[in-house]
Design a protein around this ligand. Sequence first.
Ligand SMILES: [Zn+2]
Ligand SMILES: [Zn+2]
Length: 275
Amino acid sequence: MAQRFDVTFWGVRGSIACPGADTMRYGGNTACLEIRCGERLVILDGGTGMRLLGLALDHGGKVDADLLFTHTHFDHICGLPFFSTVYDPKNRFRLWAGHLLPDHTLRYVLSEMMMAPLFPIPITVFGAEMEFHDFHAGETLQLGDRIVARTAPLNHPNGATGYRIEYAGKSICYVTDTEHVPGKPDANVLGLIRDADLVIYDSTYTDAQFAKHVGWGHSTWEEGARLCDAAHARQLVIFHHDPAHDDEFMDGIRAAAEKARPGTIVAHEGLTLTP
Ligand SMILES: [Zn+2]
Ligand SMILES: [Zn+2]
């Protein structure tokens, strides 16, 4: 148990939730990941998938977790008020963001999301103990119990933070949302994912679709494969699927990615991976 290290996907979509008959197999919820490091829990992002994580956690005992946000675009935070676990006074959370200083703080931005007339109840109704931490992307976070979160700034409108969680000699990288410049691999991303075991990467588009979306802040699975090759990372995980990509389209990406970089995985809701 002390050495357990794995990641479970509760939401794999980008931009907006897209439940429906055509997205049932890969899932329609937006970004939320659960990482288990021994007895410790680290949560990455609070998209709509977070509601399901809450239902699962409420079956267990007291929850004490770190919640790391890549950034505060709506698809990554809108699940927080529907995360039942934050209403229980016996639970404790440390919330982290690396893209807001010096103009904003995480507490301020999350409070704004839940402010009238946008939302019926204010953030002060959360019963759990909530600690808010702002840092500068690039800093390394020591989360305790030998859990290290290295970070790097990503190329995204309003900023975003990439994470590399290290535990028990293994590493899981979470690199979303970020846009690449064709032919110019992002040095910050390369540094973060160097020799990593698992790289979860913003694969909103395909290379063929990318030209029409320059400036939108996202990348492609092909760029993810090129970055993993260049950084000698082991396994690529395709993530932050475009809501327009139905199950059939995602099957096509899975087949193409398996050919291009054998062992590549397309994330789907409910998937658990061990690095
Ligand atoms: Zn997003
Ligand atoms: Zn975003």
